[in-house]
Design a protein around this ligand. Structure first.
Ligand SMILES: C[S@@+](CC[C@H](N)C(=O)[O-])C[C@H]1O[C@@H](n2cnc3c(N)ncnc32)[C@H](O)[C@@H]1O
Length: 336
């Protein structure tokens, strides 16, 4: 039997773990922003060598290296520090399907916790046009591995979809953000024709720049998801980590149904908020709970997979199916 004293110790260890988690996250964030991981990926270095390679203070370099080592993102070779195994992929390689660097950058942006704390009493809400460029960029980096995974092994799990994309489907991307997905879709499926839709004008400017820089063509529509009106034009409608943000999920689902040709497919790629209390206490769910601090400010919350399945069925989609790609990435699909 656990004594009250042992219980206190266990709970103290739990809370101390949270403090350490914050320290680890900030250490990673600083390392990403200052290019310290990149410098160590090039070659192992002492903290002094790292300081001189990056032009940072030698004492601060030592403090950062020690913390990164303590949090197991760095290892030591004698007195030189080097990246721990796979950290290059997880934190630096934006094309890696399991890239987490974007998520670290997003949850450390002021729009997530600082802004929430400021608005705690007023309950004031926010929208994308009030978010800074760094936040929008970091969200793009967070969404990137979701696209990578969809192309690597998501679309292929939706019956017949890969074949249609390869043959040259007309694809409507809803909530296209900064256009990373449009470029990735164009590269993976060169025959597709693309339309990107988003409600945020600044994001669409970023899309235009990106498309021009990458030599990719796509039509762009500036509209809310609730207000667009397209009739039977697309083979595929795709939405990446944005469906939960709809103000009116029924209206958006109706709009998507109307926009699709007969047999057209709607694919939702999003974060699955757990349905049970028990599942809320996992690491993926705790990260999704962090994301909810931003979602709350734009007046929505992440939703469970079951919700989207019911939504598509309710609005006449057939052969509705769902699957998880990772613990923070689910897919729901249905056919018109
Ligand atoms: C989380 S970001 C995702 C962007 C992109 N899909 C990605 O994965 O990087 C959500 C995007 O959806 C857009 N959005 C959110 N709610 C919207 C709505 N109701 N109507 C139109 N666009 C919306 C935002 O402007 C933003 O660009």
């Amino acid at each position: 039997m656990t004594t009250p004293q042992e219980e206190v110790q266990q709970q103290a260890a739990n809370v101390m773990g949270h403090v350490a988690g914050l320290a680890a996250t900030r250490t990673i964030q600083i390392g990403l922003e200052a290019g310290l991981f990149e410098a160590l990926a090039e070659s192992p270095k002492t903290s002094d060598e790292l300081a001189s390679a990056k032009g940072i203070d030698t004492l601060y370099s030592m403090v950062w290296c020690r913390s990164a080592f303590a949090n197991e993102v760095l290892e030591k070779d004698g007195d030189k520090y080097k990246l721990a195994p796979h950290i290059d992929k997880l934190l630096l390689d934006e094309e890696f399907p399991g890239f987490i660097g974007g998520m670290v950058r997003t949850i450390t942006q002021p729009e997530v916790f600082d802004s929430f704390a400021e608005k705690l009493h007023s309950g004031e809400r926010l929208w994308w046009d009030k978010c800074g460029p760094d936040f929008i960029e970091s969200v793009g980096l967070t969404g990137r591995p979701f696209y990578t995974r969809m192309i690597a092994n998501g679309f292929s799990q939706v019956p017949g979809l890969n074949e249609r994309l390869e043959a040259g489907a007309s694809v409507l991307e809803l909530g296209c953000g900064a256009g990373i997905g449009l470029v990735k879709l164009a590269r993976a499926y060169p025959k597709v024709s693309l339309v990107g839709l988003d409600g945020d004008a600044y994001s669409l400017d970023l899309v235009k720049e990106r498309l021009a820089g990458e030599g990719v063509e796509a039509d762009l529509i500036h509209s809310t998801l609730e207000d667009f009106d397209i009739d039977s034009q697309h083979d595929v409608a795709f939405i990446n980590i944005s469906m939960h943000e709809c103000r009116d999920l029924d209206k958006v689902t109706q709009n998507v149904h109307k926009a699709l040709k007969p047999e057209g497919v709607f694919v939702i790629s999003d974060m699955p908020f757990p349905e049970t209390d028990e599942a809320c206490r996992t690491v993926p769910a705790r990260i999704m709970s962090a994301i909810q601090f931003f979602e709350g400010q734009i007046d929505d919350q992440l939703l469970p997979t079951r919700f989207y399945v019911d939504l598509l069925e309710k609005h006449g989609f057939r052969d509705v199916g769902s699957f998880d790609i990772t613990p923070v990435h689910m897919v729901v699909h249905g056919q018109k």
